[in-house]
Design a protein around this ligand. Structure first.
Ligand code: SAM
Length: 247
């Protein structure tokens, strides 16, 4: 039978396409692309000519049987999203799962992913980590999700659109307080790449005079166990008592 390749593409800098990704795109029978115009441009830059199948979040269910049938008949297909690794907050997950269920071969090609690029240079603890994808947009659901994140003791990562960033920061402050440390990794691999590191309060202050622009990865430091502000007054009494007893 055929093979389904999950092929990552650049998240900004076109030089980040890997040699192997290029080889695979050149070899396959078809490329299943989230946006055929966008991928068409990439293929043009790489000097690759290939027939494409449109595969995006609104036609996933409808296209999966067709793609599976092609794989079963022996065709090879590369799946690409607009940027980064397919299935990472992008279409692709359901196709990969469906192919695996049919005992078809699925091959993941390593390459760019915004969250991993951000994590390793964030300065926060790298492992373990939780990748959330996009937060829910509705305020109540977003606050609920942040409540879940609040007690995670390791780094949490999510994606956010620039026009929603200020509201999300305000919601983070509401649930996590202003002192939790966060990192914003912006425009990774592009000209205006930037890391903003600070407390939620500091980052909010930064954006009172600047409007968020570009693409963002947001990372939240894990809950610090027994940090000073979290020690309750009861704990303090115990500590003082112990001191008195010892002295
Ligand atoms: N599949 C992609 C990946 O592997 O990272 C993610 C696709 S998701 C639809 C797009 C989101 O990823 C953007 O809204 C942004 O939060 C994040 N992102 C993509 N490229 C980025 C970049 N160059 N710098 C920062 N964040 C980026």
């Amino acid at each position: 039978t055929g093979k389904l390749y999950l092929v990552p593409t650049p998240i900004g800098n076109l030089s980040d396409i890997t040699i192997r990704a290029k080889e695979i795109l050149n070899q396959v029978d078809y490329i299943a692309a989230e946006d055929t115009r966008h991928t068409g441009q990439l293929l043009k830059n790489l000097d690759i000519k290939k027939p494409m199948i449109s595969f995006h979040e609104h036609n996933t269910q409808e296209k999966i049987p067709d793609i599976l049938a092609r794989l079963e008949s022996g065709q090879t297909i590369a799946q690409v999203s607009d940027a980064g690794t397919p299935a990472i907050s992008d279409p692709g997950e359901l196709l990969a799962k469906a192919a695996i269920e049919q005992d078809l071969t699925v091959i993941s090609i390593p390459g760019p992913a915004a969250f991993l690029t951000a994590l390793v240079a964030s300065g926060l603890d790298v492992q373990p980590f939780t990748y959330v994808g996009f937060l829910p947009r509705k305020k109540t659901q977003q606050l609920e999700k942040i409540e879940e994140i609040k007690v995670i003791t390791h780094t949490t990562i999510f994606y956010e659109a620039p026009h929603r960033l200020k509201k999300t920061l305000a919601n983070l402050a509401e649930v996590l307080g202003e002192n939790r440390r966060i990192v914003l990794a912006r425009e990774l691999t592009k000209i205006h790449e930037q890391y903003l590191r600070g407390t939620i309060g500091e980052i909010i202050a930064h954006y009172t005079d600047n409007d968020p622009r570009g693409e963002y990865v947001l990372l939240i430091e894990g809950m610090q166990e027994a940090s000073e502000e979290e020690i309750s007054s009861e704990d303090l009494v115990v500590k003082v008592d112990q001191k008195v007893a010892a002295g």
